[in-house]
Design a protein around this ligand. Sequence first.
Ligand code: GLN
Length: 463
Amino acid sequence: MKTTIKETQEKLRSGKTSPKKVVSSFLSRIKERNKEINALLSVFENAQEEMEKKDKNLPLYGAVFVIKDNILIKGERCTAGSKILEHYIAPFDATVIEKIKEKGGVFIGKGNLDEFAMGSSTENSSFGPTKNPLNTQRVPGGSSGGPAAAVADKMCNAGIGSDTGGSIRQPAAFCGVVGFKPTYGTVSRSGVMSMASSFDQVGPFANSVEDAKIIFEAIQGKDYRDSVTSDLLRKKVKNKIKIGIPKEYFVKGIEEDIKKNIEKAIAKIKGSDFEIEEISLPHTEYALPAYEIIMASEVSANMARYDGIRYGLEFERPKAKTIEEAYLKNRGEGFGKEVKRRIILGTYSLSAGYYDAYYIKAQKIRSLIAEDFDKAFRKVDVILTPVTPTLPFKIGEKIEDPLSMHLSDIFTVTANLAGLPAISLPCGESKGLPVGAQILAKRFHEDILFFATEKFEKIWLNK
Ligand code: GLN
């Protein structure tokens, strides 16, 4: 049985269990399963001693984390799933890591990911794909497939990922766990490797909404090392919640099984005291192309630092005769296909002549998407949608077809374009595979989001 942080915490505080028992059960699960699932790129054996040092009253006491391997833990290897950083050792702790330590949490390993968080299946990792623990023929989603699979497979009771276009919510949906992308600017990205900086956000994986909330409260807050962070979170919960269902999220391309499941979930909450209204987000169909252009443009700038001088395959440097050769060798051998594809697309859309036609146009669409949501949130408190158009697909099924791979982000990128908080919550299954529902709220209205999702969770899981 999966245990939540809350349950582990209570058992630890009442003496029903011990740090030794908690950590050793996770470690033995890792030993038994990780060879096959490949969720973890490194394992920390000292989590028990770390837990023993913590004050029992801290809010994250009993939480055992797998951290996506693009987030720095001082002194540990941090690869971003890329060959180019295979030997990179983190020189400092990311702010989220500092906060988790301060609030009583411990770390049991680093989670696999698509290279530099680019992908939707964790097949783009230079260290082999992660398998979905619920069906090992299938992908766990991505790019944070490692931490999602680790939580789903009981290798830990908490995870941290990053979400640029859906990388927390989509793997959470594919693995049947809770995944939360907070409002842009609520959690510091200091010590988190940048992918597309105007979208990147850090957030938790958990076994319950309550756990996701506990983790979020511990890691959020203004940080002078990340200038977009603020302390604007609202803490005034409304009692009566109105839910919007956007019709544009239930049209072409969505698998019948997903549609039916979400409709069933909506029918279940209709019977309780929620009001439901159909709404329209008219620019939805332009969201994915706009995301692709802006994301690739920012990726091309962020990847420039991996040049073999500042970061990269330093051991290649002495072999190169010129600086240019050193760059070419490092980046040519260090980066995988998908990263190269995005660098090329991004530099193209930022180049003179194409900048107006692509980049500026995409930014205009971004504003229209944000306006769509602003208008909708004048009428409703939260919006409910599917997380993905399909069930978890087979390993190898989409890897040679980047366009169809990118389509799996169609329902998640809008929250990043508009900076909104969004949760992916399990709501049943189909053919033995999990289905996720996504709930979005206004920026900084995590209060309403958690209030509503805790209620949905009870209704859907009959808790
Ligand atoms: N899957 C999306 C992409 O490939 C999102 C990635 C992410 O959120 N890091 O761009």
